[in-house]
Design a protein around this ligand. Structure first.
Ligand code: ZN
Length: 152
């Protein structure tokens, strides 16, 4: 996929809100609650070892809700829960080219939490921006990860 030509540089490369992330103490307790609230069960659970989280995803029309449970008492979700309790944790934006967005945001003074895109849940490349530099909101950038079939 080619980059947007220079004449369109002023258009936002944030395509849409990819999902909203909600921190919970326990997926076993939160999933039934969100299933009753949203009227649909989660479509997947996925462990993201590198982030130390167990995630659960719900579809709401064209949107996604991600529940996050910490797998580690020292992890960022556990710290968030200890400080603020369960609730809204991050907003994730889909971007066309995550490396280009990271470079632009870094250039503009935003604090990125990783130098390289990382493997996120639900087949995404992801990068987080520190809330300190993003108006008090934890921001996640997402770009779909193209799965490569290995035949051996
Ligand atoms: Zn997320």
């Amino acid at each position: 996929m080619e980059n947007v030509p220079p004449c369109q540089e002023s258009l936002s490369e944030f395509l849409r809100v990819e999902h909203l992330g909600i921190a919970v103490h326990s997926l076993d307790e939160a999933e039934p609650l969100y299933t009753r609230l949203l009227g649909v069960p989660p479509y997947k659970r996925e462990t993201v070892e590198t982030e130390g989280v167990l995630t659960s995803f719900f579809r709401v029309g064209p949107n996604k809700i991600e529940l996050l449970q910490s797998l580690n008492p020292e992890g960022p979700i556990a710290k968030f829960l200890a400080q603020r309790g369960e609730g809204f944790h991050h907003v994730a934006y889909a971007v066309e080219d995550i490396r280009a967005s990271m470079a632009r945001l870094r250039e503009q003074g935003f604090q990125l939490l990783s130098d390289e895109p990382r493997h996120g849940a639900d087949r995404q490349w992801v990068c987080f921006l520190h809330p300190r530099s993003a108006g008090g909101m934890l921001v996640e950038l997402c770009q779909p990860r193209l799965e490569v079939e290995h035949s051996g």
